[in-house]
Design a protein around this ligand. Sequence first.
Ligand code: GLV
Ligand code: MN
Ligand code: MN
Length: 424
Amino acid sequence: MIPIAIDKERLYASLNELGEIGAYVDAQSGVRGVNRLALTAADGEGRRHVVAKMRAAKLEVTVDRIGNVYGRRTGRDDQLRPVMMGSHIDSVPTAGRFDGCLGVLGALEVVRTLDDAKIETMRPVVVAFFTDEEGSRFGTDMLGSAVATGRLALGDAYALRDRDGATVRDELAKLGFLGEADVRLTPPHAYLECHIEQGPILRASEMDIGVVTGVQSISWHELTIAGKSAHAGTTPMPMRADAGVAAARINLHLREMIASGRYGRDMRATMGAISPSPGLVNIVPGRVTATVDLRNPDDSFMRAAETDLLAFYDEAARAENVRIAWRQTARTPCVPFDTGLQAHIERCAGARGLAHRRIVSGAGHDAQEMAHITRAAMIFVPGENDGISHNPRELSTPEQCANGVNVLLDVLSLLADEKDQGAS
Ligand code: GLV
Ligand code: MN
Ligand code: MN
């Protein structure tokens, strides 16, 4: 049997089309990037665009109370639990066109391909995009999928605020995406997500497909360091309470933790947002807010690293005569993906002659939340430019994207015709 294939040009054109929404030109590189920060006007426009595409593909669209959007294709046996494919279309403020969008538009391309081939699946098929996967605006990542799968309470998610004090609930209402559908998802039969790798491994090892074994542990802290603003020229050094130096000490301690190797070889740490206040050349910064992002593919190393860091916050506070308050804004353990689905992905990639390897995800994904309620798996595709991501230079070629979505099509087709497993 000759397998059907997705339309490579149509898929890439749809990525480029969505990439025009929130497009900007990066001042440093001159490269065109995307800014569709969650629940901004650009995200709203992106949402309406994808909903229109879903409706054009005859999907029945529902929006839940956290703004997650589901497009459902009828199955021959429509009472059966659907197979879901999805990802996100919100972006970091300095994004490319692929992060998340490949999973959503790839899923839509799978549906179009089934339609073109007049294939009815036994189970319904759902294409989903989840609210605020990135966490760049309201501080907590995987927001929509975490609420839909029960890790986060809806009220807590609604109450999150951005830097200007706007809440998730108000922004959803403003965009017209405060839906009415029940926010708790009935577990689908399985969940599949195709995504760019966002790293250099697949491209460097000349692989077409990454079979994702799971997502590493993630821990985010938000720090508020309180010292004393004072004159830069007149305040003697021993009399200072410099919040900026305390932040610098913490940042360097993160580097030391990694260099020591005591939390494994794969620990990563980033202080990505550092804001001194008042932030002027001739004033000792009296206050700094900063974030810490820790990642580790080993849960026990992650826990030990967190303990180390908390003790260091006290040490830095004493050394610099400042107060350090911290808040956990995101925390997820390592999440393994379903081994049966990984085997399906391997077989389907092999059948299409695509080179594949297993890989751990360094980034967080909605699939990690879905894995708590159903069998979940991810298909990665390589990226050019050393796999750079969260950057306008993020790039996967039409061929690379099509390979991933063809495998998505094949695995979806298998699962959508799969008989019940137990009560499903
Ligand atoms: C999501 O993009 C993450 O921060 O891993
Ligand atoms: Mn993503
Ligand atoms: Mn991302």
